[in-house]
Design a protein around this ligand. Sequence first.
Ligand code: ZN
Length: 154
Amino acid sequence: MAKNANDIGIKVGNLPGHSCSDKNCPFHGSIKLRGRIFTGKVLAGRAQKTATVGWERMYYIPKFERYEKRRTKLHVHNPECINAGENDIVKIAETKPLSKTKHFVIIEKLGKEVKVIAADLGAEQKAEKEHKAEKAAEKNTAKKDKHKENTDEE
Ligand SMILES: [Zn+2]
């Protein structure tokens, strides 16, 4: 474990293994984190201290009562001591603007690809299914009520 890592104010499972001299590193530099936190996959990590992180979210379309996938893609700072590579799942936190397009920084590597995102998507799909089931149940009861009315009249 690094000795003099700053307390970044966010609980992180595994701290960077070594210290670094990156002034834009939340652990060893001087930037402060505030704002939103996301988890995503590194799509491109070959640029110097910059990575592109993306993830999918489900966007609800009321007219069709269905969800569609929307993609988010961000440029994030990749501190020297974390040095995430392509396909790494990372946790990112918002910070002050570091350049024209960077205002997020990687704070933790969560491992390689799949499981994390798959679990998230699974939860969302489950929610969607439940939502559908509810709608179906509503329709069924509505039908039943109609049927009752008809039989009452006869
Ligand atoms: Zn560092």
